[in-house]
Design a protein around this ligand. Structure first.
Ligand SMILES: [Zn+2]
Length: 426
């Protein structure tokens, strides 16, 4: 059966395509449009909409196995689809930790039939304990696409060096959560005038920058591919920019909260403004925006980190780190286009093409024969972001009640419709 998305604006940076045209798919892949529309074709009218390679979020916490009271693979992928994502990479800090092939296999089995593809990311170290390397060969064979100890820094530089060498020999990307723990421990927000005013212990930007610089030095030493997670500040970007100029295999992502909010969001002690790294200053926010435009940053990821309400409805300094992001990321990122900072093609590179390349997974393109993972967006759709309508089990978002513009209206996975906004009363 042929499916046709009719009359939309097809934007595919992988082929430098931006035009009003019909998109055809059959047997799970994109095909060249025929001259006549077959009688039995399934047709979707997408006039006024954007037709894009499916969005890919390379940094998501699905909390499954073991922490399903926060989220599970089903609810997390439903939230992903509603946010326009056809694929997510899930972090290994579950219980048990994804540091071996049986957990990797569990995640892939459980994600079968879900509304977004799930790419498991294995742990760098066993149990995220930072002492010995996890089983990379085994995890890779089971389907892991990268390794990280996300949520925890790898304190030992020697272990990180060995992780890069080992990961590199198995063609696995090393993703680094950059945190110099002796500087960050006990802190709960950015260190600066706001933390002083609020009487909260701060985390200096140096806690992030030092580790970014270490990872760059180790990438140079080992020749490995290293990806810096959730970049939040100007100093990290300056280091990454130089590393790229030197030709090192260093890439980086940021998250919508870092280009949308500043440390001022903590005023009022809103625990939904608490995450690691913390929200920074307006100068840092501007630096992130420039780096998204100039190519220093490669991807927008959400760091979707659902928590139970009891972990957030506590005093600021004892609240859990992290916010949900899958269902607000697209609209917040589209704001960058409306602000004139980046164009539509660059947005799609950041949210689809580049994540596919970095993780070496399918998607990120609409060329003929490519897997038909597709996101259709209504760029004009305006709505209030209401947490009682979100599909994630986590309700910890600082964007609750915000008026947003831009939403996914349809997603397809291998040509099959997986999300249809018209079926929800949004
Ligand atoms: Zn992290």
């Amino acid at each position: 059966m042929i499916t046709i998305l009719q009359g939309g604006r097809i934007i595919d940076p992988s082929t430098s395509r931006d035009e009003f045209a019909d998109l055809w798919m059959e047997n799970g892949v994109v095909i060249a449009p025929g001259t006549d529309v077959p009688e039995e074709a399934r047709i979707y009218d997408v006039k006024g909409k954007w037709v894009l390679p499916g969005l890919i979020d390379m940094h998501v916490h699905l909390r499954d196995p073991g922490l399903e009271y926060k989220e599970n693979i089903r609810t997390g992928t439903d939230a992903a689809a509603a946010g326009g994502f056809t694929a997510v990479a899930c972090m290994p800090n579950t219980d048990p930790v994804n540091d071996n092939s049986s957990v990797t296999r569990y995640i892939l089995e459980k994600s079968g039939g879900c509304n977004a593809r799930v790419y498991p990311v294995g742990a760098i170290s066993k149990g995220l304990a930072g002492e010995s390397l996890a089983e990379y060969a085994e995890m890779k064979a089971a389907g892991a696409v990268a390794v990280t100890d996300d949520g925890m820094p790898v304190i030992s530089s020697q272990l990180m060096r060995r992780a890069m060498e080992y990961a590199s020999s198995h063609e696995l990307l090393v993703i680094s959560h950059c945190e110099e723990y002796s500087l960050s421990r006990n802190g709960c927000m950015n260190e600066g005038v706001v933390s002083t005013r609020l009487g909260l212990k701060g985390i200096p930007v140096a806690a992030e920058i030092i580790m970014v610089q270490r990872e760059i030095a180790l990438a140079e030493l080992t020749g490995a591919s290293v990806h810096i997670s959730h970049v939040s500040c100007r100093g990290s970007l300056e280091a990454i920019r130089i590393a790229k100029q030197k030709g090192l295999r260093v890439s980086a992502e940021t998250a919508p909260h870092y280009f949308t909010l500043t440390e001022e969001a903590v005023t009022g002690y809103d625990t939904n403004a608490r995450m690691y790294p913390p929200l920074r200053t307006e100068d840092d926010r501007q630096a992130i925006r420039e780096a998204l435009a100039d190519g220093t940053l490669d991807a927008i990821a959400t760091d979707h980190a659902p928590h139970n309400i009891v972990e957030k409805e506590v005093e600021f300094d004892s609240a859990a780190n992290g916010i949900v992001g899958l269902e607000s990321s697209l609209a917040l990122s589209m704001q960058l286009v409306r602000d004139g900072l980046i164009d539509e093609a660059r947005l799609i590179e950041l949210m689809s093409c580049n994540p596919a390349k970095l993780l070496s997974v399918a998607g990120g393109t609409l060329r003929d024969g490519a897997v038909a993972d597709i996101t259709v967006i209504d760029p004009e759709c305006e709505y209030t972001f209401e947490l009682d309508k979100t599909l994630s089990r986590g309700k910890n978002s600082p964007f609750a009640g915000w008026n947003l513009q831009g939403a996914a209206v349809l997603t397809f996975l291998a040509g099959e419709k997986r999300f249809d906004r018209s079926e929800f009363d949004w």
